[in-house]
Design a protein around this ligand. Sequence first.
Ligand code: AMP
Length: 853
Amino acid sequence: MEFSVNLQGKTSHEAILLRQDSELRLLDLMKRCLMSKLKCDREYAAALSAVATQGLKMDRSEEMFGSLVASTWKTMMEGLEDTGKLMKQNTINLETKVLDSLNNLYAEKRKIKKFYQEEYTKIQMQLTNISEEVNRKKLEYQKYLELYKLTRTKFEEYYVKSGRGGRKLDEVRDKYQKACRKLHLTHNEYVLLLCEATEFEKDFRTALLPDLLQHLQNIQEATIYCWKQLLQDITTMSDLTSEKFKKIQNKIENEQAAIKRNEEYTKFTEKFKTSPTEKLDFVFDASLTEDSAVKFLPNQLTVDNLTIDWLRNKMGDLESSIAESEEKRTSLENAIAKSPIINGKASLADPEISCRISMAQVHKEREIEELKCSERKMWKQVELIKSALNELGCEEVPSGCDLSLDNQTFKNDSNEQTPDRHTVAYKKNFGTKKVVNILRKQFRRKSAPSSPTAPPRTKFRRDSSSHSEGAEAVDSWVSITTNKSLVEEEWFHGVLPREEVVRLLVNDGDFLVRETTRNDESQTVLSVCWSGYKHFIVQTTSEGQYRFEGPAFSSIRELILYQCTSGLPVTGRSGAMLIKPIPREIWELNNDDVVLLDKLGRGNFGDVYRAQLKNDKQIYAVKTCRGTLPEDHKKKFLQEARILKQYDHPNIVKFIGICVQKQPIMIVMELVSEGSLLIFLRKHGDNLNESHLMKMCLDVASGMMYLESKNCIHRDLAARNCLIGQNNIVKISDFGMSREEEEYIVSDGMKQIPIKWTAPEALNFGKYTSLCDVWSYGILCWEIFSKGGTPYSGMTNSKARDRIDAGYRMPASPNTPEEMYRLMLRCWEYKPEDRPNFEQIYTVVDTLCKTFG
Ligand code: AMP
């Protein structure tokens, strides 16, 4: 498109000028931007150098020896440094070459604009001038034409008026001639001017303006070439993909390509090579079990009542942890199976995928391996627990904390006893002939051969002759009437606790059957003496039959009799043989033989009743234990019977027997007619004189002296725990807290401690001796002389405790004999060793009683 043809108009001219302005602004903008870019590039180059310097300060420790990654990194940093240098050079080039050219171009452009503007104005002015001149000439022409016409008219008038002469005519003629000449000249000038103007206009249009435009186009286009060159220079000098940069890039890429995962650590491994990790053995330290009173076996789990629940829970926990772990592991394994690397869609050689997923995959694989290890660990533990539990077979869980010392004592005693030891012991203890005879009768009735009217007995024969002694015993014991129930068997001991049962089993082969409750479930247990004590739970088959390891029977009696006669051990592991059934002790009474009458009071474990035994008119006191109480409470309940069973003293309530064949379990004891001493004192205190009260203190001292001699610590001596009988005889009762030990340390908290009756060392350190009972005896004497008063009345337990520690002692109640109060104060000496013992107390009180006569 030619400027000369297309841009002749006025608007085109204005557009040209605006375009030129715009171009100048663009150049100015480019200049400013280029300068900014140069600044940026300079800074960037400097920054790259700094980064490279930092990157080159890499770890050059020996451990990085031979690392291809480290070497590549070095090359990359050097490349970065070179890149910085190249960029810096480019900025210099751009500044010196391009920026100068840009400035020149700008100046040139300004000049072009100026030239065009001036030229255009010049020719345009010429055209305007000539046009104006033509107009002026035309006006002149018109003016002279009018003048001509006027002068001619005047001449003609004068000519006519004055003829052909006269001065006036000459004047008019002269003017006419001048006007005529002027008109002619003007006419010619006008014609010539028009000719000139026409020519100029033609030139303007066809030569001057097109020529100017053509010229302008040429120089404008010429600058475009420079402009283009300039842009190319900028581009070239800013090109980061130029050969120089490429060279750096290639060097780095080559280094990177040389990185090989299997070569990276070759030199390192060679340099730091060591031998494989040594095996670490975890061995059970046998010295731990050598001196132990408990018989732990190294590396073997101990299964007993202390550990069984824990073991089962532990096994449950482990199994659920294993299941959880397996589930987690399976889902991880599935996730890995779907991964592109594993299913062959990609390989580790594919760097993009490798980088993206290998770490995640490694994490998963590690996790799987860890889960496997932990599962193996847990399985091993489960196996260990399982085999320990299986070892137990049908054996009842052994007691982890058996009162083995007691058992030992019992065994020694028993060995010395004659076969009739139960009766003898009982006789010795309780003396009441009548009671013995009744019980004997019951006992005989239970063990007597069946009457002629009774169903025929089935004799069980032993297969083995090696147990001739046992066979005799079996012959005498093992007979079965087909309709006899287990409960009717002499060797069935009901719910007699295991601690009691083991006292009855003396020789290997002694056995009995009992019941126990575990997790609210009643179980029948065969207890056997066989190198210690073994307790086997009778297993119930799905058909409702009973068995141990051998055949199953429809009744437990038949099962036991089979075990007796077959000569086979109850379980292969235990080797325990049943030789001699141990019948119920004379004090193991039948629940059904006890007839409860009216209620006497309420004890810790249940109500206390007046009761009668069948075929006996005598009235007894019977303590019952609520069936709903937990098993360990029942054991504690029977603890009182166990202690009382051994004692025979007029001032200690007498034990008759226990009923453990079924619930509720009961303790039968002598009825002490007036009941609780405390209530008696409160009710009848006013009728009691000093000598009565002294006698009561003497009775208690006598009973306590007896207990002291038996190493029995009562721990709850108080008026509420003494009974009063005929002739105001006081008997010590309530042995629920008693212990047969010289010293007893309480470790399971001090719950339900009778604070106001308990000695400071027992309260402060849980240390009980008979001298603690002495302190309580002092309080009891105070209760007696205060006729049922409340000790430390108006003080809380803790207040009383604090005051005692601070030295306070209760004052004597009115009418307390001085000597008796002195004795009380001696009983309340802070240090136990400063207190008198019961033997001394008895002597003092006895002397005093005699004085009061
Ligand atoms: P205990 O469980 O020993 O505290 O007895 C609670 C209550 O039953 C006592 O306070 C007496 O009233 C009464 N009691 C306990 N044993 C006998 C007994 N052997 N003779 C008479 N009453 C008794």
